[in-house]
Design a protein around this ligand. Sequence first.
Ligand code: FRU
Length: 488
Amino acid sequence: KVWSREERYQPYEKWEPEYLASLKQKIDTSIWRLGYHIQPATGLLNDPNGFSFFNNQWHVFYQSYPMGPVHGIKSWYHMTSDNLIDWKEEGTKVFPDSLYDSHGVYSGTALPMSDQLFLAYTGNVRDSDWTRHSYQLGAWMDQSGSIKKIEEPLIAAPPAGYTSEFRDPQVFRYKSGYLMTIGAQDEAEKGKILTYQSSDLLSWQCVGELGFTDKDMGFMIECPNLLLTDEFALLIFCPQGLDSDVCPYQNIYPNMYVIGDSYQLESNRLTNPSSLKNLDEGFDVYATQAFKAPDERLLSISWIGLPEIDYPTDQEEWAHCLSIVKELIVEDKKLYQRPVAEMKQLRIDEGIHFDNSKDSFHETATNHYELALSFDSLATGTLTLYADKEQNQGLTIHFDSQRGKMTIDRSHAGVPFGEDYGVVRSFSIEQKPLNVQIFVDSSVVELFINDGEKVATMRAFPETGHTGFHLTCDGDYQGQFWQLRKTN
Ligand code: FRU
């Protein structure tokens, strides 16, 4: 089906309820629905928004277009959780229903303010010439979950010298006030991050361009996240059109990060920033959002999906999912991303231990599991997920710890897609005995390498019954397998 602009921007209430019900029916027959990842009820999910802890619960919203697997008129869909793993669907919460967000409630963040949650987001408006206008907007969510939009924009226009590609406000506390970072494009069409400050969340002053690199960042930066602690400043962002000489990447658009020693508002710079690094070595991570939780953990969640790429589930009227929640740890200016400890609560039992077989095939009951492998020496080998009994098919993860290299190939893992951007990802790993922790959930794999020093996330769309995993290697290891509980 080809979607016209009129269809994609038609207000939700113009669609018949039967239409949504028919989408649901079709989706229910999908073999690729996820067991424990946040996925759209119908239609398309993209960026995580408003990830926060408020009213004794975890909250995350996501960019949603419920009417089909395309980027149409966006809203925020709300999910809540007591434990970061069992998520409850609260429904569409922030609708594109005002003068300032008539063509989409775009991405943003949340900040708990005593008994209310403050939401900051971008209102996307198209005028009669289809010219874009971007407004940074605010809303309050009370403890019962009802939303009250702040009538006037927090920021009504980009500052002089910047285009209307101006979105994704991140709001956080800074000293006795608040800061906001916003993804922007200057008039020379260069990607930038702008910093704003406020003492009351309502009136905002532009501080200027955030300094974190002297390199050209492409034509646009989306979804900036600046995380400040006493030890470091971590900036996560999505540069679009980045020259791969600045930092090599293969996805259409990368999700990257920089670590600085600190951040000073006076200079609006990260001190001593690192070079750019890929946040994820896999095929599908974008728009990661992170915040400092009340328990001091830095928690992140990502969109698993990319702009402008078709996925096999488009045929089934749904697209994409969010990642599991990860904890971000910085040690000696190195980022480690680890599954949150709560993920252990998904394990159904003690698991199955296996070791040292140089060639082993394991048939698993379903593709909802966690697998951990820990090698004793600098081993070489291949792990195949989504393997069939004949072992013709599967997602292969080849590792060579001696040379410090890993290669992931999804060309034989079911239905092909995204091939224009390559079916293989190769990257360096530490030259030490390898350990991996892997989460498989029907059509998504999240791979944590060497205690989270590298992470590789990917979708794959295997055929029914391809639920085995196969390991060949030349070294001794300890393996542990856990079937995981479904939460969806
Ligand atoms: C990133 C993004 C954001 C925007 C949102 C719209 O994927 O393009 O910049 O706010 O998605 O859905």
